[in-house]
Design a protein around this ligand. Structure first.
Ligand SMILES: [Zn+2]
Length: 296
């Protein structure tokens, strides 16, 4: 696969929470960043204290967003080396996903599109789903409609599986974007309610949700792999490596516990074979309506 060197990237939906400065360090409240000066610093601390005491869903997705000038510059077309690093490849993939689903969700799924955000963090982050550390892997949080990724996850993917992993990285964010689509279509809240009513079906329902996100990733990949698409040709070998790696590393389901903590113990996902199968279903049809993992 090759990224389109001429692609103009839009970083307006990207929250780069890795930076120095602001209130982002040490698991504070990186979503809130106010201007410089003592007043700003105090406001940041007060908000940080509030966030530490209460879970405040939604604040991080509000109008205050981190300064992303640095990543906008780094990922600009003028930087010829931009796709050497995972962050700009991820931003490019996220951009492409946004453009794809902006038209596909209303046209094919009759779902009104809402733009999600993409947060890159290190170590720990406060989210609308509670506090999370990098250990949970990449995840999507429905209440704040944000995808969260610590790029160190990709080092783990590469070191454990020895794969170059560029398509694995694209697949991961496409899968998370799939969860956003499930939120837009109402499938995600519907499954949550079903799980509450039928605790014995909890895991089976979770698997279906995960497999549908894999299928949606495949639907997107077909467009991205078409001539003139973002990533160019994707080989079957790349697809196999990506899905095997993703399935083996584990799931990314985030559970909102009573204390607002993320509990990875409750993750459930399909087998590697199932994930490959559903990705392939989406990839060959190019139609999200083929992703009916809930049908019999
Ligand atoms: Zn998932």
């Amino acid at each position: 696969m090759d990224f389109d060197e001429n692609a103009d990237l839009d970083t307006s939906s990207v929250d780069d929470l890795r930076g120095s400065g602001g209130g982002g360090g040490g698991g504070g409240f990186p979503g809130i960043r106010v201007g410089g000066g003592i007043a700003g610093l105090i406001l940041t601390i007060v908000i940080g204290l509030l966030a530490g005491t209460h879970n405040l869903p939604g604040i991080s997705g509000g109008s205050s967003t981190p300064d992303n000038t640095a990543i906008a510059q780094k990922c600009a077309k003028t930087n010829k080396d931009r796709f050497h690093d995972a962050d700009c490849r991820q931003v490019a993939t996220f951009d492409d996903l946004s453009g794809f689903w902006r038209t596909t969700a209303p046209e094919r799924l009759h779902a009104q599109y809402a733009q999600p955000r993409f947060a890159i963090f290190t170590q720990s982050v406060n989210t609308g789903c509670g506090a999370a550390t990098s250990d949970v892997g990449p995840f999507y949080c429905p209440p704040d409609q944000r995808i969260y990724i610590d790029l160190a996850f990709y080092d783990e993917l590469a070191s454990r599986f020895g794969a170059p992993g560029e398509f694995a990285q694209a697949y991961v964010i496409a899968h998370e974007f799939g969860h956003h689509i499930q939120t837009l279509t109402g499938t995600e809240p519907q499954v949550r309610r079903l799980q509450e009513r039928n605790p014995s079906q909890r895991n089976a329902l979770s698997v279906k949700l995960e497999l549908q996100a894999d299928c949606y990733a495949g639907v997107w990949a077909k467009g991205a792999a078409a001539p003139g698409g973002l990533v160019g040709t994707i080989s079957q070998k790349e697809i196999d490596e990506a899905l095997t790696a993703a399935a083996a590393v584990g799931d990314d389901r985030i559970q909102q516990q009573s204390g607002g903590q993320v509990n990875p113990e409750t993750w459930t996902h399909g087998s590697a074979a199932q994930r490959k199968q559903w990705f392939s279903t989406g990839f060959s049809s190019g139609d999200p309506n083929s992703c009916n993992t809930f049908g019999s």
